[in-house]
Write a protein that binds this ligand. Structure first.
Ligand code: 13P
Ligand code: SF4
Length: 363
């Protein structure tokens, strides 16, 4: 359990719009000792203070590239801050402004369950080489697990090349926690759906027969993103009818059928680049988290940008990082205290770093 230093109520009583001077002053006073990283799903009143923004891959790379900063304040979710602690220098301290900013998908793959699955598969199929691949949206312990077992980490920004590499390393791929990213990527690389199985950790052998497991090329963990799994092929059909000529752009955490019905899929950074490089007058329907889509629509008035789904779901945990939390963290750092520090133990760091370095070398 993560025990959080409680944010003083004085901060929570402050209206969001009133904090600009205090956050800016704390940032200026901390100077080069501070780097603020912000994921694209952060709310506007937080991301405006980020020194650098990015998708998970870019933020992992950035967390290695600022050794002069004593403090990395990560405006994102818990697994991203853990990754920054693993990849940054030992003298650097990583702060997550609200420790309850987790990722419900990452929580769907408990390390004990994955180890149980691994043990069952390796006992059942001793003659087959199984390669474990974890999406970066996972606990540090799972990154260490893949590091120990000659596997790798991937993000949505490098999934194509990492999955292609992993498929060459053995007979079978075990991909967790996001079944959708795994399925979408493997299919794009030419693996037919019939060669992919889903592993349900609540069932014996994941709900599969020994014969099915022996024949499968890819075993996908039964995890998903609660935001992206709500974006359906019916939304694509509706938006195409309403906006003839629209280009449908989705994140690969969306279900397979939605991605198949779309025109392009890629990470948040990819989505941004597609829009930035398109000519004026282009019409887009974008299937990803609401804050990024709304920001793109505001920044590109020369194009027409709509949310692909009507629910336009926000990532509730990303949203937990508020200006009040950011202000409190920066003022605490200024006072010489480090609130909500994220640390990964040395043994886990060692193996997780091996897996992350393997990924970064191939990115
Ligand atoms: P990106 O790596 O594409 O930014 O995605 C991270 C994430 O959590 C998407 O839900
Ligand atoms: Fe996790 Fe989905 Fe939120 Fe990304 S959008 S952090 S996968 S819950």
């Amino acid at each position: 359990m993560l025990l959080q230093t409680p944010i003083p109520q004085d901060y929570l009583r402050l209206p969001s719009g009133s904090l600009d001077d205090r956050i800016s002053a704390a940032k200026a006073a901390l100077g080069d000792r501070l780097t603020i990283l912000g994921h694209h799903y952060q709310r506007d009143d937080v991301i405006r203070y980020a020194d650098f923004t990015g998708d998970s891959l870019k933020l992992a790379q950035l967390s290695q590239s600022r050794p002069q900063a004593d403090y990395i304040v990560f405006c994102g979710v818990h697994f991203m801050a853990e990754g920054a602690d693993i990849l940054s220098q030992p003298h650097q301290q990583v702060v997550l402004p609200d420790l309850s900013a987790g990722c419900s998908m990452a929580d769907m793959a408990h390390p004990d369950d994955v180890e149980e699955c691994w043990d069952a598969l390796t006992a059942l199929l001793p003659e087959q080489t199984l390669v474990p691949l974890t999406y970066v949206n996972s606990a540090a312990r799972l990154k260490a697990f893949v590091g120990r077992h000659s596997g790798c980490v991937c993000t949505s920004g490098n999934a194509d090349s990492i999955v292609a590499w992993a498929l060459e390393q053995g007979h079978k791929l075990l991909f967790f926690p996001d079944q959708h990213l795994g399925r979408n990527t493997c299919y794009k690389l030419g693996i037919p759906l019939e060669q992919m199985l889903v592993w349900d950790p609540r069932q014996e052998l994941g709900g599969n027969s020994p014969e099915q497991l022996a024949a499968a090329r890819v075993i996908l963990w039964q995890g998903y993103c609660s935001v992206h799994s709500r974006i359906l092929p019916a939304h694509v059909a509706r938006v195409r009818a309403a906006h003839p000529g629209v280009r449908v752009l989705v994140h690969p955490e969306c279900p397979f059928e939605t991605c198949q019905a779309s025109d392009a899929m890629g990470s948040t950074e990819y989505i941004i680049k597609q829009v930035q490089s398109a000519p004026a007058g282009t019409s887009w329907a974008i299937g990803t988290e609401i804050h990024l889509v709304s920001r793109l629509a505001r920044r590109h008035p020369e194009q027409t940008i709509v949310h692909l789904d009507d629910c336009a779901c926000q990532c509730a945990t990303m949203y937990r990082i508020s200006p009040q939390h950011l202000c409190w963290c920066l003022e605490e750092l200024l006072a010489g205290r480090v609130p909500n520090r994220i640390t990964v133990d040395p043994e886990t760091t060692l193996w997780a770093k091996i897996a992350l370095d393997r990924m970064l070398e191939r990115s």
